[in-house]
Design a binder for this molecule. Structure first.
Ligand code: AMP
Length: 280
């Protein structure tokens, strides 16, 4: 497995693969590799001749009070897992490689990046679209794999790729969960025993919302019920639960066709998100 740290080396490798007519699948990550990431890698390996995984903890997508410095960086273990997956190349640039001191350009999607997670993380998606653009330019993949767990992010990136005309297929992959339903996340490491148990409320809220949608409850009643559920836990805070159109992310008031339920909450000090889709 090759490990590269500079954009120019990455581009040269990618050009060489393309000359050999090898298709390149790309999985961008911030490291702390878990089964959610692994599912994207497996999908890329199935669908491409070469797979690139990037590991980059992107400062631009963290707010000033967020966990950029504390974010887990188990680099040796990450490389071991990716090697076991037969990844062809890991692109792991430094912050300085991606953001030179005078960096002053950003990429911003302006519709889907509003509301939901952006209400509490106002600059987050601009940081994501900027780094994903830079990674796309470095890796120049044919296919890129993103998790549906970060559903708003997935839809923003798909829109950005369409708007800017990147010749890259962005493929969304289903949420991978622990056996009890908690969505896998690098941030699950932050949960102590008490909050690990309480974190189950995230997925059970989604399941309850789906059940209430299926039994034709009013949307306002669903929201009120879930909010009441969270109020019973003093170290947990529901940020939002929202029923949306899976493509536009606009709030849905009639339950026909495809429906996405999105949730974000803080459990102890850990922010967790999750999502589920149903079709009626
Ligand atoms: P991250 O390292 O958290 O930035 O995640 C890198 C990629 O893995 C993103 O596309 C995430 O949506 C995806 N991902 C993270 N957790 C999961 C999960 N539990 N299931 C599926 N994909 C995931």
């Amino acid at each position: 497995m090759k490990i590269l740290k500079t954009v120019i080396e990455m581009q040269n490798w990618s050009d060489a693969q393309r000359l050999k007519k090898r298709s390149i699948g790309f999985v961008p990550t911030m490291g702390a590799i878990h089964d959610g990431h692994s599912s994207l890698v497996r999908r890329s390996r199935q669908e491409n001749q070469a797979t690139v995984v990037s590991i980059f903890v992107n400062p631009a997508q963290f707010g000033p009070q967020e966990d950029f410095h504390a974010y887990p960086r188990p680099r040796t273990l990450d490389l071991k897992i990716l090697r076991a997956h037969n990844v062809d190349l890991v692109f792991a640039p430094t912050v300085h490689e991606m953001y030179k001191n005078d960096f002053s350009t950003c990429v911003e999607e302006s519709v889907r990046s509003k509301g939901l997670c952006a209400d509490t993380r106002p600059d987050h998606f601009r940081g994501v679209t900027t780094i994903v653009t830079k990674l796309f330019i470095a890796v120049n993949p044919h296919n890129a794999y993103f998790g549906e767990k970060d559903y708003q992010q997935l839809k923003i990136i798909q829109k950005m790729v369409k708007d800017l005309g990147f010749n890259i297929k962005v493929i969304g992959c289903p949420v991978v969960r622990e056996s009890d339903g908690l969505a896998r996340s690098s941030r699950n490491k932050y949960l102590d025993r008490e909050h690990r148990a309480k974190a189950l409320l995230v997925y059970s809220s989604l399941q309850k919302a789906v059940e209430m949608i299926k039994s034709k409850n009013k949307i306002s009643d669903i929201y009120a019920y879930i909010h009441r559920l969270w109020q019973q836990h003093d170290t947990c805070r529901l940020e939002y639960i929202r029923v949306v159109d899976p493509e536009t992310l606009e709030e849905k008031h009639t339950f026909v066709g495809r429906i996405r339920v999105l949730i974000a909450a803080t459990v102890g000090n850990t922010r967790l998100i999750d999502t589920i889709e149903i079709r009626r």
